[in-house]
Design a protein around this ligand. Sequence first.
Ligand code: PEP
Ligand code: MG
Length: 320
Amino acid sequence: RARAEAASAQEDCITRDGRRIGVFANCGSVDDARRAAINGAEGCGLLRTEFLFLGRTTPPTREEQAATYAAVGAALAGRPIIVRTLDAGSDKPLAYLPTPVEENPALGARGIRLSLSRPEVLAEQFEAIITGLAADQRRIMLPMVTDLAELRAAKAILRDVEARVGAENPTELGIMIETPSAALLAEKMAEEADFLSIGSNDLTQYVLAADRQNPLLTAMADPLHPAVLRLFAQAAKGARAHGRWIGVCGGVASDPAATAILVGLGIDELSVSPPAVPAVKSAVRRLVAAGCEPLAAAALDATSASEVRNLVEEHFHAFA
Ligand code: PEP
Ligand code: MG
């Protein structure tokens, strides 16, 4: 199997009944992008740009940001790069952009909320992305969106920057679905977002009211909980209603035990940790997408995450 995985590492990923699933990588450094390319990722489905901003006393210049985006783009040799705008907050504070101490940073001024309160920082990041990556390689994604007003406000800033720098084409602008609000409103969001990508780490934390950083709750904060999966399903339905693609870029995408359910829910793209790319690709290639749909339906009807995990086991035995 290892040799077969290596041989097909760079090929498209298609289920046995012909459904194409994109397998991309999450990157948080230029090195990650190199590892992603070696492992056969089709591109970067989530570039966490915090690495450019954190742990320093002065902000990165626009040129420095652009050079880093260009290096990520070069490492992935022209394949698409989805750059997520800065997802800082009082849990990931910036020395040069002080944020008030918050009692509950996960529910605080983070992600797009913080960016919209500092529009000049967001505009500079947009400009750096546009100058660092070619039009056909770049996509932009917004973190922690809760409603359309935030998407519209960020899009207006992006279009202003594009007009100012004379960009030829509008950049595709998608949103993360990682708040329950965004998932519930996905059908509305997909009218105006070019794509959706589920951030299962935060979505699970918010749906189950279980802090993702609390080691006592690791077992409880399972993204395969039916309550979380119901929001995945709602988001996928919303995306499909407007002909948008929908991905998953949270940790559950890297879990080959989850692949069948995600495909059965109608997910088009999985963005996984660079080392997980070969295993997730081979998991997709073993699946029959049509057979995943009843599994997904049963998972939505389950009453606990462990029941869902048992269903997955049974499915594997039935189709292995
Ligand atoms: C997520 O929340 O699932 C996600 C991908 O974003 P991060 O892990 O960077 O918060
Ligand atoms: Mg998140």
